[in-house]
Ligand binder design. Sequence first.
Ligand SMILES: *[C@@H]1O[C@H](CO)[C@@H](O)[C@H](O)[C@H]1NC(C)=O
Ligand SMILES: *[C@@H]1O[C@H](CO)[C@@H](O)[C@H](O)[C@H]1NC(C)=O
Ligand SMILES: *[C@@H]1O[C@H](CO)[C@@H](O)[C@H](O)[C@H]1NC(C)=O
Length: 385
Amino acid sequence: MDYLRKVVVLLLVHQYFGWLTLAGKISGAEVINFANRQPSWAPIMHMCANLSDITSIRSFFEFRTLDPEGTIFYGDTKEGQDWFVLLLRDGTPEMQIGKANILVSVKGGPKLNDGAWHKLELRSEGKYVVLEVNNKVELVVGLESEQTEDKLTGTIRLALGGMLVNEKRLLQPFKPEMDACIRGGNWLNISTLWDTDASWVLRPCFPEIKRGSYFPGTGLAIFNTSDLPGVETEEKGITVEVSGSYHGTILSLQSPGFEYILSEIEGYKENKDLTMELKEGSDSALPLETSKLTLTILKHSLMLNGYTVLQDESFDILSRWREGMLLAFGGVPGEIKDSKGTHPLQGCLEKISIQGEYIDLDQAFFKHISISSHSCPAKALNELT
Ligand SMILES: *[C@@H]1O[C@H](CO)[C@@H](O)[C@H](O)[C@H]1NC(C)=O
Ligand SMILES: *[C@@H]1O[C@H](CO)[C@@H](O)[C@H](O)[C@H]1NC(C)=O
Ligand SMILES: *[C@@H]1O[C@H](CO)[C@@H](O)[C@H](O)[C@H]1NC(C)=O
């Protein structure tokens, strides 16, 4: 635990030192990237307006994601007494509304996490809240109670990528973190500037995206293996599969007295064989024909694409897996500088699975903010220039 805490503190210090900025103002019509932040319920930006200045409670924007779950848009009146939130769950839009002691949740419409831009519009029409997707009404929620007042007074607050009320007030919790982009926003038909969160930095969105997790070469994601799919039989062990196009350190596995680093040293190029360097025991290099790696973890050995790459009769790796090792994708925990000659991963991991289960980097207990969990640039970034 101590070791782990040290590693995380070190990584956080590094992370914030790199990205320290002050809260600022931004126009709601900008291209806004929701990714690249710590998991948080706090919005990346919010604004407040007088209801008396507003002629229509209607907002629309374009939205693009490959992420199945996360917060999109929040609004409230009466300082959060009445609130609503628009989110994605399983890729499908969902609205939750809290008003005068009523909690409502509705879900429906098309799946939006296909990587294409979609136009979303939300509006309030008296007792109804309406969601349109691509100019088609998809969800309508009607809400009335003896306590609701028809005349709206006071202020209205809007927020993107998070909420301004405590998440305990939700009818159905969800994971707030969202790897998405918004553009062309029109919020209540007013041009009020939004306040941005101090820990958030506006980064450009990739022009086009494809499925995968993008590592720009500045950070890693760490799991405790006890949170990951477990051992079914000792004969089969644990199978970790990774595919994509990348260079640098793909993954590392650590436990006191044990370290294994899987690192690609030659630099990945299309149509070129990968050479993997194996950094435990032997320094043998292993030629691999594809960018698809299968690491099999057995009780006393590790196998990479069918080759034994490590053997240690004195060490029970599967027991350590159950108890909790550090499995990092994209680097080696604790190594900020490449002191061992390894480089943080740069590129796209299109698929990461363990025991056949898809691994979502949003579930990692540490993920560097530079990583986009659910999107990679459709073209390699050096091809874009
Ligand atoms: C709302 O109106 C009040 C008084 O009419 C004013 O003091 C306040 O600054 C306004 N707030 C915003 C956000 O415009
Ligand atoms: C939106 O704002 C513009 C200019 O401020 C105004 O001309 C227009 O009528 C407004 N639209 C609505 C629907 O209120
Ligand atoms: C992993 O999680 C287990 C169970 O929660 C915990 O006992 C262990 O200390 C954790 N391992 C590390 C390296 O933090």
